[in-house]
Design a protein around this ligand. Structure first.
Ligand SMILES: *[C@@H]1O[C@H](CO)[C@@H](O)[C@H](O)[C@H]1NC(C)=O
Ligand SMILES: *[C@@H]1O[C@H](CO)[C@@H](O)[C@H](O)[C@H]1NC(C)=O
Length: 371
C-alpha cells in the first residue's frame, strides 16, 4: 500500500503535468489559425443559435506571440481593431443574454429581431477570429476587457446598436487609409461591407426608414480618434495587463457631445457644445481661431467658433445646412480649417446620426458613451 506522502507526490506530479500541458496547449492552439472553426468555412459564424459565447469569444486571455521578430507593419491596426471588436462582440453577446424575443416584439419590433441579433453576434465572433489571424505570430493578440453597456431597455439597446453599425463605416474607412499592405486594405473594406449589411437590416427592418446614406458614406481619416471615443465603455483597470495600449497611438482627446437641451441634430440646427469629461477638458489658446469641422460623405466643412469665454460662456455652432440629412456627420474641434492633420484636432470627434433623425436626438439625451 502506498504511503500517504507517496500518494501526495504522485498527485502533485500529475497536477504539475496537467498545468504544464494546459499552459502549453491553450495559447498555441488559438495562435494556430487552423484551430477551431475557420471563418468562411464554418457556419457557426452565421448560424449558431445558442446563448453561450461562440468561439473564439469563449476564450478570454490574450494570445501571446509564438515567434520572435519584429511585428508586421499593419499589426497595430489589427490589434486596434481586435480590441474594438471585443467591445462590439460583447455588446451583442450581452444583448443576446439579456433580451428575449418577446422583449423586442413588445416594443413593436419584428419577431425575427432576436435571431438577427444572434446572427450579427456570430458574424462579430467571426471578426474576432479573422482579426486574431491577421495579426502576425510575432505580435500579441489582445483579449477582452469588461465593459458597461446601456442594457436597461430593448429600445435604447437597439438605438445604440444602430449607431455602432452606422459609425463603424467611418472608422473602417479610416483604418483602410492607415494600412500599408494592399491585402489588408481589401480585408478592411470587406469587413466594412458586413457592417453595412447589419446597418441596412436595422434601418429597414427595425426603424422602417430608407437604408441609403446618399452617394457616399462618411469617411474619416483619424480612425483611432473614433476608437478612443468609446473608452468610456471600458471598465477601468479591467483589461488584460498584457494588452497593448488601446488604441495605439493614443491621443486621448477630450470627448465632445451636444448639450442635453439640444432640440435637433439636423443640418441647420444650432448646437451647444458639451465636453462631458471633467477630467479631460479642452484648453483654448486665446490667440488661436478654432473651428468646428463637420465631415460628411467625402467632404468637410469648417465653421469658426468663439472659444474666448469658455467654460463660463458656452460654445455654440450651427451644423452646416448644406449637409444632406443622410447617414452620419462627424464633428470635431480643430485649431486649423479642415483639420488637415490628426494633431490639429483638439476635441472630439462626435458621431451625429442623421437617420433616423429621432434616434440621433434620443442618443444625445441618453449619451451613448458614459464618461
Ligand atoms: C470554445 O468553443 C469551442 C468551439 O465551440 C470549443 O471547442 C472549446 O472547447 C470552447 N472553449 C472554452 C474554453 O469554452
Ligand atoms: C478637409 O477639406 C479640405 C479642403 O477640401 C482638405 O484640404 C482637408 O485635407 C480635408 N481634411 C481632411 C482631414 O481630410
Amino acid at each position: 500500500m502506498a504511503r500517504p506522502s507517496h500518494i501526495c507526490s504522485a498527485l502533485t506530479r500529475w497536477l504539475l503535468l496537467l498545468l504544464v500541458l494546459s499552459v502549453a496547449a491553450f495559447p498555441p492552439m488559438l495562435a494556430d489559425p487552423t484551430y477551431g472553426p475557420i471563418p468562411g468555412m464554418s457556419d457557426i459564424y452565421s448560424q449558431y443559435w445558442g446563448t453561450e459565447r461562440p468561439f473564439p469569444g469563449n476564450f478570454t486571455d490574450p494570445i501571446f506571440p509564438t515567434e520572435d521578430g519584429p511585428p508586421a507593419e499593419d499589426d497595430y491596426i489589427w490589434q486596434n481593431l481586435l480590441a474594438a471588436e471585443w467591445m462590439i462582440f460583447e455588446f451583442y453577446q450581452q444583448g443576446v443574454e439579456r433580451f428575449t424575443e418577446a422583449d423586442f416584439i413588445r416594443i413593436g419590433m419584428p419577431p425575427t429581431t432576436k435571431l438577427r441579433l444572434m446572427e450579427i453576434r456570430n458574424n462579430e465572433a467571426g471578426h474576432l477570429r479573422i482579426f486574431q489571424n491577421m495579426i502576425s505570430p510575432t505580435s500579441i493578440k489582445p483579449g477582452p476587457c469588461k465593459y458597461r453597456f446601456p442594457l436597461t431597455d430593448p429600445l435604447s439597446y437597439l438605438a445604440v446598436m444602430t449607431v455602432i453599425e452606422v459609425s463603424s463605416m467611418a472608422f473602417l474607412t479610416g483604418l483602410v487609409q492607415d494600412a500599408k499592405v494592399d491585402w489588408n486594405k481589401g480585408a478592411l473594406a470587406a469587413i466594412s461591407q458586413t457592417e453595412a449589411r447589419h446597418e441596412t437590416w436595422a434601418l429597414i427592418d427595425l426603424w422602417k426608414v430608407s437604408p441609403f446614406a446618399g452617394p457616399a458614406d462618411t469617411t474619416f481619416p483619424y480612425a483611432n480618434q473614433i476608437l478612443y471615443s468609446t473608452h468610456g465603455l471600458v471598465v477601468e483597470g479591467s483589461c488584460p495587463p498584457e494588452n497593448p495600449e488601446y488604441p495605439y497611438p493614443l491621443q486621448a482627446l477630450p470627448p465632445l457631445w451636444a448639450a442635453e437641451n439640444t432640440e435637433s441634430m439636423a443640418p441647420g440646427a444650432v448646437l451647444t457644445l458639451l465636453f462631458p469629461d471633467p477630467k479631460n477638458q479642452p484648453v483654448f489658446d486665446e490667440y488661436t481661431q478654432y473651428y468646428a469641422v463637420f465631415f460628411h460623405g467625402l467632404l468637410n466643412l469648417s465653421i469658426p467658433i468663439e472659444t474666448a469665454g469658455y467654460p463660463e460662456r458656452p460654445i455654440t455652432v450651427t451644423i452646416p445646412a448644406a449637409c444632406e440629412a443622410k447617414g452620419i456627420i462627424i464633428a470635431l474641434i480643430a485649431d486649423e480649417e479642415g483639420a488637415p492633420t490628426k494633431e490639429s484636432v483638439v476635441a472630439g470627434p462626435a458621431v451625429i446620426l442623421e437617420q433616423p433623425a429621432a434616434l440621433g436626438l434620443a442618443l444625445v439625451k441618453s449619451g451613448p458613451n458614459p464618461t
